[in-house]
Design a protein around this ligand. Structure first.
Ligand code: F6R
Length: 368
C-alpha cells in the first residue's frame, strides 16, 4: 500500500505528477474551464470585484500563489490571509466579494469558520478541496476538487501541488467569466498546465541527488530559505516541511527582505536554500536573486540553489546546485517545491523520525 516505500509520504511525493494531471481532468471542456459544483450564476462570477483567499498551513502557502495568477490574469485585487486571522479582523466583504477557501481535508475548523463568516457577510465562497463531500465544500457556493486521492502522510505534499494547480484553474475561470482572456488564451494556459506533470516527473528523477545533500545537512541546527515573487511562498513551504518533519528550525524569507534584517543571521556554514527564478522570466527578478546569493555566500553561507537547468550564471555562487526543468514563471513552484519536500523527508529520516506522523500534529485540525 505504500508502493514499496517506508512511508506514505514518500509515495505521495512520487504521486505528484499524477495528482497534477488528475486535477486537470474534467476541468476544461468545450474551450472553457469547468468547476465541479457551481451553485452560482455565471453572472455572479462576472460581478466579482475582489478576491480573498483563506487557508491554513501549507494550503495557505498554495493560496499565496493564487494571488500572482489571479491578479495577473484577471486584474482583480486579491488578498491572501490565514483563515485564523481573517475572521477576527472584520474584513470588508460584500456580495461581490469572492472568498476562495483552500483545504485538503475540507474540515479545518479555522477555514470552515472563515467560510461561515464570509457567507454571513453575503460574500460568495469557492472551495478548493481534496475530500469529496467534506464540510467546507458542502457550505461553499462553488467547488473545485483537487483530485489527488487521499493523502495519508500528515505533511501535505501531493495535495499542495494539486492546490496550486487548482488555484490556477480558478484564476482562468475568473478570467473567462470576466471576459478578460480570449478563449484561445485560456486554452493555451490550460495546455501549459497539462505539460507540467511530465516536468514534475523529471524533477523526481533527481531525488537521489537531493537526498545526498539532505544527509549532509541532517544535523545542522537551522536552515534558511530565500525566494522572491512566486519563489517566496515556495521558500515558506520548504521551511514548514523541515520544521514539521525534521523538528529543525527553519525560516523562509522574501529574498528582498534580507537587507532588512535576516542577513544578520548569516554566519559561516549556515545552509541557505535559494529558489532562483527562471532566467527566461523577468530579468530583474533573476539578477536580484543572483546578487542575494552573492551577498550571503560572501558571508560564509553554504548555498543550496534550485535553478533552471542551463542557468549557468548561478554556478559560481551555488555550493550545491539542484536543477529543475524550464517552466513559465507562474508554474515554476510546481517544480521547485518538490526538492524541498524530498530534502525535509530525508533529513527527518536521517534523524530517525516517522515522516508520516510528525509529533504533535494531526492530519485534520478540527478545533480552532
Ligand atoms: C503542512 C500541513 C498543514 C495543513 C493545514 C491545513 O504540511 O499539512 O499545514 O496544510 O493544517 O489543512 P487543510 O488543507 O486540510 O485545511
Amino acid at each position: 500500500e505504500k508502493g514499496g516505500h517506508d512511508y506514505f509520504m514518500l509515495k505521495e511525493i512520487e504521486e505528484q505528477p499524477a495528482g497534477v494531471a488528475d486535477t486537470l481532468i474534467g476541468h476544461f471542456a468545450n474551450g472553457r474551464i469547468v468547476l465541479d459544483e457551481q451553485r452560482l450564476h455565471d453572472q455572479e462570477l462576472r460581478e466579482v470585484d475582489k478576491v480573498f483567499v483563506v487557508a491554513c498551513g501549507s494550503s495557505y502557502h498554495a493560496g499565496l500563489l493564487a494571488k500572482y495568477a489571479i491578479e495577473h490574469w484577471t486584474r482583480l485585487p486579491v488578498e491572501v490571509e490565514l483563515a485564523s486571522e481573517f475572521r477576527y479582523r472584520d474584513p470588508v466583504l460584500d456580495r461581490s466579494t469572492l472568498v476562495v477557501a483552500i483545504s485538503q481535508s475540507g474540515e479545518t475548523a479555522d477555514t470552515l469558520e472563515a467560510v461561515r463568516h464570509a457567507k454571513e457577510q453575503k460574500a460568495r465562497v469557492l472551495a478548493i478541496c481534496n475530500t469529496n463531500g467534506a464540510q467546507i465544500p458542502r457550505e461553499a457556493d462553488a467547488v473545485l476538487y483537487t483530485r489527488t486521492g487521499p493523502e495519508i502522510g500528515v505533511a501535505s505534499t501531493k495535495a499542495f501541488l494539486a492546490q496550486i494547480t487548482a488555484n490556477y484553474l480558478v484564476g482562468l475561470a475568473l478570467a473567462q467569466a470576466r471576459g478578460v482572456k480570449y478563449p484561445d488564451e485560456v486554452a493555451r494556459e490550460f495546455a501549459e498546465l497539462e505539460s507540467m506533470p511530465k516536468l514534475v516527473a523529471q524533477v523526481l528523477e533527481s531525488a537521489e541527488r537531493v537526498r545526498e545533500i539532505a544527509r549532509e545537512f541532517a544535523h545542522v541546527p537551522t536552515v534558511l530559505f530565500l525566494g522572491r515573487h512566486v519563489g517566496y511562498p515556495v521558500a515558506l513551504e520548504g521551511a514548514l516541511k523541515l520544521k514539521e518533519l525534521a523538528y529543525m528550525h527553519a525560516e523562509g524569507f522574501a529574498a528582498g527582505e534580507l537587507k532588512h534584517g535576516p542577513i544578520a543571521l548569516i554566519e559561516d556554514g549556515l545552509p541557505v536554500f535559494v529558489i532562483m527564478p527562471s532566467p527566461k522570466g523577468r530579468a530583474v527578478l533573476h539578477s536580484k536573486l543572483l546578487s542575494n546569493i552573492r551577498e550571503i555566500q560572501a558571508r560564509g553561507a553554504r548555498t543550496i540553489v534550485i535553478a533552471e537547468e542551463g542557468d549557468d550564471t548561478v554556478r559560481p555562487f551555488a555550493d550545491y546546485l539542484i536543477e529543475i526543468p524550464s517552466a513559465p514563471t507562474l508554474y515554476q513552484p510546481l517544480l521547485s517545491t518538490v526538492p524541498l519536500q524530498i530534502f525535509a523527508a530525508e533529513v527527518a529520516q536521517a534523524r530517525g523520525y516517522d515522516v508520516d506522523k510528525p509529533r504533535n500534529l494531526a492530519k485534520s485540525v478540527t478545533v480552532e
